[in-house]
Design a protein around this ligand. Sequence first.
Ligand SMILES: [Zn+2]
Length: 198
Amino acid sequence: MDPGGEFPGVPIEHSGDFAAVPDAFQRLWTPHRMVYIEAGPTPHEESCPFCAAPKMDDEKALIVARGEFAYALLNLFPYNSGHLLVCPYRHVALYDDATAEEVAEMASLTQTAMRVIREISGCDGFNIGMNQGRVAGAGVADHLHQHVVPRWATDANFFPIIAETKAIPRLLGETRQAIADAWPRAADAGSLSAPDAP
Ligand SMILES: [Zn+2]
């Protein structure tokens, strides 16, 4: 995409210019950069961000829900507003390295994430998936994480400009709070709709 091509007058930045783990996406907004500026010059020096996050408080780590074996947090490099990652606590790289408990809880957190995001954002669809290995596009290839990305019919054109050009650090915090607040009810809804135990 050429600067000013599809979105005249809007500067396009390449994620490869940013701190931390780049991905292949270009973004029209930049303020998530502030999170790193505020965090200091070497925020992720201490190895794995998905091992570090659970040791921090929820607000700081952008965690929206903690389970027994896995947890969910907002992606600091969102493809869309509300982009969540679901990770096991354990530092394992591959889906087939995860235990049955980890797989089950990642699935359940993913379902709850869908309900919560749909409820608070009115999104029209989702992309859900895992990149396994750096060649497959995994930014943090050593620690398994499932992407839950809400999609809107309009998100390829005006949505990013209108909704994402505000101060993202604030928005990430507000988004985290809204998702965390809605989480318990959505989790309950999931367990209620499950088949009755024999
Ligand atoms: Zn890790």
